[in-house]
Design a protein around this ligand. Sequence first.
Ligand code: SAM
Length: 355
Amino acid sequence: GAAAGKTSVNFPRYARVNILQSSINDMVKMLQESFAKTKSEKPFDKAGSIFVDAHVPDLLVLHPSASSFLHQNDEAVKSGNIVLQDKSSCFSALVLARGNSTAPVNCDFIDACAAPGNKTTHLAALVSSLYNDLPKSKKKKNGKKTKPNSTIFAFERSSTRHKILKSRADTLVPTSQKVAVEPILGDFLKSNPKDPQFANVRGILLDPSCSGSGIVNSPDRCRDGRNTKEDKAKRIQSLSNFQLVALKHAMSFPLVDRIVYSTCSVHDEENEVVVGKALSEINETMTDSDEDHWQLVSPACLRHWPRRGKAGGAGGLSETQASCLIRTDGLDGDETNGFFVSYFERKRVVNTEDL
Ligand code: SAM
């Protein structure tokens, strides 16, 4: 595209408010005070404006110059009131929690590839806010005080990254009765979909290892010359194979009825192709009940997001299916890194509630 030669893009500074321990209003106030203390070259009224993101309700949008005081060492970040998370990477948990008009409450979730845990902890915050939004009559009384209403089982197979995940979850998700994160050191592909531990899991977030080609300034995107074309194609093919196996494994959990599959890749092989193959292969094998099947659904919370998936090609998706998919492109004006989000629901003959 027109921006292909660009090597750096000045995105806004995004700050996700950890609504489990702070509020949008308190953080806006705190950030405005920090802005006032900096000597910005830009006129204060412009640089100091803080917006709530148009798509992600717990995300603040600041002028890029805010990076001078809002960074990993800032007190608000260290204490876990703010998470420095790019906009598009907030879409995954948002879609799992708010993609459908039926709120997924009183059930468990799996984050299949979780470290460092940005999306896990975001999901925890959104699920917890779903409880707060419920009318009193719908709030389930939790008899056993020690058991949360929702547990997020967070798989991570690398032990170093599992440690990071655990400490991030400890900082960002205070112990409450509503939502708990349970980090699991292990390979999601080896998990047993019929394990009684997962009997109440209804949603899976799958954000597997990918090429990272959507990250603006990443080696893959901006230094394409580093590896030979063949090396790169091989790597993408092997990532794509793994992603497909992982997505099909997620779809095989018998009581799961919603899945988000996302990548920070812009390659069709890791996105539409994985989605198209998973749908055709898994639906073919769902023989036990004729009408149960997985399908793509357009996430309600991103109804107005303009950039959508690609139809045809090796993924073989129809126009309608492709229009359910969300894409972002940091080099084409989206002001966030390149990302891909797909949202699946299982359509059932029998309601899960009756099982
Ligand atoms: N969702 C994370 C976040 O937002 O912070 C980022 C996840 S990163 C793209 C993928 C992670 O999955 C890596 O930490 C990797 O070690 C882990 N991983 C890869 N294959 C896995 C598997 N089979 N089971 C569990 N974790 C896996």
